[in-house]
Design a protein around this ligand. Sequence first.
Ligand code: NDP
Length: 401
Amino acid sequence: MAKIVCVLYDDPIDGYPTQYARDDLPAISGYPDGQTLPTPKAIDFVPGALLGSVSGELGLRGYLESAGHTLVVTSSKDGPDSVLERELSDADVVISQPFWPAYLTAERIAKAPMLKLALTAGIGSDHVDLQAAMEAGVTVAEVTFCNSISVAEHVVMMILGLVRNYIPSYNWVTKGGWNIADCVARSYDVEGMHVGTVAAGRIGLAVLKRLKPFDMHLHYTDRHRLPQAVEKEFGLTWHETREEMYGVCDVVTLNCPLHPETEHMINDETLKLFKRGAYLVNTARGKLCDRDAVARALESGQLAGYAGDVWFPQPAPQDHPWRTMPHHGMTPHISGTSLSAQARYAAGTREILECFLEGRPIRDEYLIVQGGALAGTGAHSYSKGNATDGSDEAAKFQKAG
Ligand code: NDP
């Protein structure tokens, strides 16, 4: 029988919801590239319920306990006294969501001799030291595509929010003002602007498709070029390197995974390549950017705005400069954990667990590491190495509210 440790974010501060704003979720029949939605044998939750916080338990308890397995659910994940650290010694599986990542560093993997599966309930497994996982024979899997469209919608919202100066204008209303000139002195239309994505994978391409009706000029760079038919259909301009793309864009959005090749790719030097007054939206991973270089670029006016929902580490300490830098539109890491997304990734988590516990193969598209090497989606989109350095800083976070 297996022991599964599941790290989830805390319940709402005013308690686990007893009712919801909407009664159901729209039916979605499949993903845009033809990949099927998760196919667990069953689910024990109501789609649309809050599953990603501790009391939601990703809807897994009934299934796991009825099969004789042990499930430990906790939000306590950082520092040597955390529940996660205490439970690691005999854990077979660790489940974590990127929003509240259970950093599985090499030190932690060494403390978990029974660990066979690190399962990301979401997309993006950079919180696991992939190099250490490969060396320890730990399988790493994630629920590919489960929340890619959720994030793409968030990116579009953030681009419009920054360019049109939405958040400061909203704030004037809540302060009782009618300060039109203050609102519009930084407000533009996106029509005619050039927008470029670093990576045109599931999220990046979905962002471009959604921005096409706004009559923006669409650019991308990626390790693998898209088929010509796709470039033609959406009028995409391809750039061999990201550095070459930055200078032609009014808006840049980052949609690649964090791995050694992409860590800190936005820094003082590369920001100089941007047009003055460009907007940068990053919902991929905080560590793609040099934290202080972004704050400096906003202060100098090199960037007109920065928005995103990803930080490093997570949760971000109170003194993280992205909380207070000018012209930002940051949220906590939420874009991929809408109630709609949760239903998909809870079902995908269950599918992966069923495969693992019944000795069946996990879908190739869900695999990041298997058998000591990058595998499946991991082999296509990641590079070898580790991007978890500095994650122990997450222990500095103090809960608010
Ligand atoms: P995909 O795997 O579909 O896309 C990732 C793309 O990044 C691939 O096209 C890949 O290229 C490309 N890529 C990898 N390395 C580079 C590089 N060095 N330069 C340029 N492109 C590169 O994943 P998704 O689109 O679904 O997700 C992307 C990332 O977004 C995730 O890894 C995760 O970090 C983040 N994410 C954030 C969420 C949130 O809640 N904020 C939720 C979901 C994801 P190729 O495969 O051609 O090599």
